[in-house]
Design a protein around this ligand. Structure first.
Ligand code: ADP
Ligand code: MG
Length: 328
């Protein structure tokens, strides 16, 4: 339904590339997360899709219609792409009802539709309030109602929860995604938070320095990350250097690089590749404890464990099935 072909974009007359040769497709009704560090090109990509920027190269097709190519550019208002930003961007002098109505002023039955989408986000009874009379989470739900009102083919949410504190964030995230799923709209949810991405998305796209480095289902990204970078986005990961491989007596293919996740280290348990270590520091972190270890072979290694009450001398190891291997 959405096809992106070799999309590139630079700023400052080609000096800095924000997006390099990005291609992917989305199917109707997919909810995907676009994940990457700050500056990786997420906003640039969604602004290109929405028509707020023009690409240097590549093209964008939505529902078979060419939106952006070297010969063709459909303006944002004709694209049927709904946007929700980090800033709620509501008009402060208008009621919620008028805020939603604004975007559909030329539509038939606009008042019925405005009421419908406000009901959908659970704010129908507050429609005569002004934005400042709402919490941050409620304001973001109004922004969502406004984006959904014109029945967009594609909904884009760019870091919609970044202004909210952690508790509210998890709650709003779940509420918003129930609403999105209920409407069945195809959606791209931009976030730098992999927990948010895992919680809501069928598929996850990872951007690094403007390049799309992996696109996969959430579980596959965790099981089969294609780089140590992707692996470390989804949990603490240790690079198995040559020195660590010899410490654990676990020689691996020297043409590849390898990593292991913190949770796959076993302490004082039987496993294939074992060494001994001294605990030199314990940091209690609530649901887990970080142990800083000095291996008998001399290296330092930090691991997390549920039970920090281990003796100062421990046995630590892992099984070869838990080793992640990368061709780079
Ligand atoms: P993200 O949303 O992942 O944080 P952005 O798409 O905003 O990333 O930015 C990607 C890169 O492009 C960054 O290096 C940023 O500084 C640069 N950039 C973004 N917008 C502009 C702009 N209008 N002018 C110049 N550089 C920009
Ligand atoms: Mg951004």
């Amino acid at each position: 339904m959405l096809e992106i072909h070799s999309l590139s974009k630079s700023y400052d007359k080609g000096k800095s590339f924000a997006l390099k040769n990005v291609s992917f497709n989305l199917n109707e009704g997919d909810v995907c997360a676009l994940v990457g560090e700050s500056g990786s090109g997420k906003t640039t990509l969604v602004r290109l899709i929405a028509g707020l920027e023009t690409p240097d190269a590549g093209n964008i097709v939505l529902n078979g219609e060419m939106f952006s190519s070297l010969h063709n550019f459909v303006p944002p208002e004709k694209r049927k792409v709904g946007l929700v930003f980090q800033e709620y961007a509501l008009f402060p002098h208008m009621t919620l009802f008028k805020n939603v109505l604004y975007g559909i002023s030329r539509q038939k039955n606009k008042k019925i539709r405005a009421q419908e989408v406000l009901d959908l986000v659970g704010l129908g009874e507050m429609k005569e309030r002004y934005p400042h009379q709402l919490s941050g989470g409620q304001q973001q739900r109004v922004a969502l109602a406004r984006a959904l009102a014109p029945n967009p083919s594609l909904l884009i949410l760019d870091e919609p929860f970044s202004n909210l504190d952690a508790m509210l964030r998890a709650q709003l995230r779940n509420e918003i995604f129930e609403i999105v799923k209920k409407t069945g709209v195809t959606a791209i949810f931009v976030t730098h938070d992999t927990q948010d991405a895992l919680a809501v998305a069928d598929e996850i796209l990872i951007l690094q320095k403007g390049e799309l480095i992996q696109k996969d289902e959430a579980a596959n990204l965790y099981i089969k990350p294609n780089s140590i970078y992707v692996a470390s986005l989804f949990g603490n990961t240790i690079h198995l250097s040559q020195e660590l491989q010899s410490a654990f007596k676990c020689p691996l293919n020297p043409k590849c690089s390898h990593a292991i996740r913190h949770e796959n280290f076993a302490i004082n348990e039987e496993c294939e590749h074992v060494t001994h270590a001294r605990v030199i520091k314990r940091t209690f972190l609530g649901n887990k404890t970080q142990l800083l270890l000095k291996l008998d072979s001399g290296q330092n290694l930090a691991v997390f464990t549920k039970d920090g009450n281990v003796a100062d001398r421990i046995k630590i190891g892992f099984n070869s099935t838990d080793v992640l291997e990368f061709n780079n």
